[in-house]
Design a protein around this ligand. Structure first.
Ligand SMILES: *[C@@H]1O[C@H](CO)[C@@H](O)[C@H](O)[C@H]1NC(C)=O
Ligand SMILES: *[C@@H]1O[C@H](CO)[C@@H](O)[C@H](O)[C@H]1NC(C)=O
Ligand SMILES: *[C@@H]1O[C@H](CO)[C@@H](O)[C@H](O)[C@H]1NC(C)=O
Ligand SMILES: *[C@@H]1O[C@H](CO)[C@@H](O)[C@H](O)[C@H]1NC(C)=O
Ligand SMILES: *[C@@H]1O[C@H](CO)[C@@H](O)[C@H](O)[C@H]1NC(C)=O
Ligand SMILES: *[C@@H]1O[C@H](CO)[C@@H](O)[C@H](O)[C@H]1NC(C)=O
Ligand SMILES: *[C@@H]1O[C@H](CO)[C@@H](O)[C@H](O)[C@H]1NC(C)=O
Length: 518
């Protein structure tokens, strides 16, 4: 049933790299992207289930592989991996599609603990490392090993995730995906990277090269019809361009010092009514460590609670216009102890039109401009800030991506796990028992409103009315023989357009004679 990752990989010659990394994200041709040439043998793997919803043959399987965990750190790895799996499925991101997925942990001990720095890997299974000390990309010195480890698990591994034993921000996209065990950031990077890997979409945040915006959530123009026309909140007046501009963006990665504050100047046209400062910092745990000013006014920055030395993204939204002319943003380090650690990672300034010109409301689907800085070109995205492909601190996909997630996953699976035939001895009736992917009424736990399965059974092409919506049907001895077609159709409020009929499933089961006569 399941289309193997190997096939998808082989076709995906252009792998996406560094998805979580606003500045360094790029498309690169990976000469080693086919799984047919396996130069290495897999590491020894001890596989444990985390969240398992069915036979791996009919599920999309995500496997976390350990890197930089000593033998003695196996319990930490299992707990980190379980935290990742729970975090992204509990009530957001992959929550509704979780019954289509399995999550596993595959442990291999490393000889050293942690991930490398300064471009140097440690003696670990997949040799993960950072460039310099930046809390940014984490790379592997042996990508092939990650792919080999995954392929050695067969149907049990569709997407390998290398989990580095490091408490701070970092990761990269592609196959394998790389994340760290940062309690604040690990799961955010994971779901963002899985968005690249599973949905095959580019970025939604500003500042990428123009060709970094592609897939179901990106339109090169806002001409009608926009690809997500069926999701527009107000089809009568959309798509129109939501009015905003990005007067400044810089992935500075500047280590801060006490001598000179980090400063930027930008020019506003003075024609917008609101603005946003979006920036990321690391190594600044306390409010008293840093002062942020705009045109000399203290913006009263506060760190994310419990951020410690980790990196975090901050939004400072101000419901007031910027005057026409030059403006200055200034980040002043106030704690000498943090020199060498405190880092101004990135800064972006956005300006917005008034409430009619720019609909910032959560849930509003329209055509929002995304700015490609290097080329000064604009693409369009469906929502303002509803998607984690734009803002990693967001925990959901926008409706367009979520629909794409469903259709992508369903396109590789069958809604019908299996149909079994048994005999009821007392009556010699044949019992057919269908197991479907446990969504809609078959979900364990809380059901999701707007989901349903419509189930039909046909005997030799004719609907058996009494069997409609049943998964277990009893067929009397007298007329058992025949071809029984099980037809299922899944509906969900999260799927409005099913171009490839992936929400339908069919299985033919042939019964040859009454069951007591076999
Ligand atoms: C049918 O599928 C379900 C769910 O994957 C599984 O638990 C069960 O063992 C399967 N039955 C057979 C006979 O394969
Ligand atoms: C999701 O779960 C988290 C913690 O598990 C909880 O704080 C949050 O309120 C939940 N959100 C929703 C929408 O249920
Ligand atoms: C201090 O930081 C400023 C702003 O990033 C930079 O221009 C300057 O070179 C730094 N000074 C030293 C000594 O690193
Ligand atoms: C970017 O393009 C817009 C028009 O599309 C133009 O108004 C603006 O001046 C350009 N900015 C730069 C920095 O070239
Ligand atoms: C149908 O099969 C499922 C397993 O796939 C099993 O749990 C259930 O008890 C079966 N129902 C009947 C009536 O045999
Ligand atoms: C079968 O289930 C679907 C979905 O819940 C429902 O719309 C339909 O009316 C049901 N059909 C019968 C005959 O119960
Ligand atoms: C059942 O299906 C088989 C294989 O498709 C076909 O050969 C046979 O004629 C069918 N039987 C009936 C009664 O339709």
């Amino acid at each position: 049933m399941k289309i193997s990752t190997a096939i998808l990989l082989a076709s995906a010659s252009a792998l996406l790299k560094v998805g979580a990394e606003p500045s360094a994200w790029s498309t690169y041709l990976d000469s080693r992207s086919t799984m047919t040439v396996l130069a290495e043998s897999p590491p020894p793997l001890e596989v444990s289930p985390l969240i398992v919803s069915g036979d791996p043959k009919n599920r999309i399987d995500i496997v976390f592989f350990s890197d930089g965990y000593l033998s003695s750190e196996k319990p930490k790895f299992l707990s980190d991996a379980m935290a990742f799996a729970k975090d992204i499925t509990t009530n957001n991101t992959f929550h509704s599609v979780q019954p289509l997925m399995n999550f596993w942990a595959a442990f291999t001990p490393s000889k050293e603990s942690g991930v490398g720095r300064g471009g140097q890997p440690l003696d670990t299974v997949f040799q993960l490392y950072r460039d310099g000390t930046e809390l940014r990309g984490v790379w592997s010195n042996d990508y092939e090993k990650g792919r080999v480890a995954c392929s050695s698990l067969g149907a049990q591994c569709d997407y390998p995730v290398l989990a580095g034993n490091d408490p701070l921000y970092g990761g990269s996209g592609g196959i394998p995906t790389i994340i760290t065990a940062s309690p604040l950031n690990g799961h955010q990077i994971l779901r963002h990277e899985l968005g690249h890997s599973i949905l095959g979409v580019g970025e939604e945040y500003d500042g990428q090269p123009y060709n970094g915006y592609f897939g179901i959530n990106a339109a090169k123009t806002n001409a009608n019809p926009i690809p997500w026309a069926h999701w527009l909140t107000d089809p009568a007046s959309e798509p129109r361009t939501q009015r905003s501009v990005m007067p400044y963006q810089n992935y500075a990665w500047a280590l801060m010092n006490m001598t000179t504050p980090w400063q930027a100047t930008f020019v506003s046209s003075g024609t917008f009514t609101r603005h946003l400062l979006r920036f990321s910092l690391s190594g600044l745990p306390a409010k008293t460590d840093m002062k942020l000013e705009l045109d000399g006014v203290d913006l009263n920055w506060e760190p994310k609670p419990d951020v410690g030395m980790d990196r975090w993204f901050y939004d400072m939204y101000r419901d007031m216009p910027l005057e026409a002319g030059k403006h200055q943003v200034k980040f002043t380090l106030k704690n000498m102890e943090l020199e060498g650690d405190a880092q101004m990672c990135s800064l972006e300034v956005l300006e917005f039109g008034n409430a009619d010109e720019f609909i910032a409301k959560l849930g509003y689907v329209g055509a929002f401009p995304t700015y490609s800085m290097p080329e000064n070109r604009t693409t369009y995205r469906p929502t303002n800030e509803d998607c984690l492909m734009r803002q990693v601190t967001t925990s959901t996909y926008c409706p367009v991506c979520l629909e794409g997630l469903w259709t992508t996953l369903l396109g590789r699976l069958s809604l019908i796990d299996n149909v079994t035939e048994t005999c009821e001895p007392q009556t010699s009736s044949t019992i057919l028992n269908a197991t479907l992917i446990p969504v809609a009424q078959f979900r364990s736990g809380t059901k999701i409103p707007g989901e349903s399965y419509t189930i039909q059974w046909l005997k030799n092409g004719k609907v058996v009315a009494g069997f409609t919506n049943q998964t277990v049907v009893k067929i009397p001895k007298a007329d058992a023989s025949g071809n029984y077609t099980l037809d299922v159709k899944f509906s969900s409020a999260e799927i409005r357009l099913d171009r490839n009929r992936v929400t339908e499933g069919q299985l033919v089961h042939t019964i040859t004679g009454a069951c007591n006569e076999k």
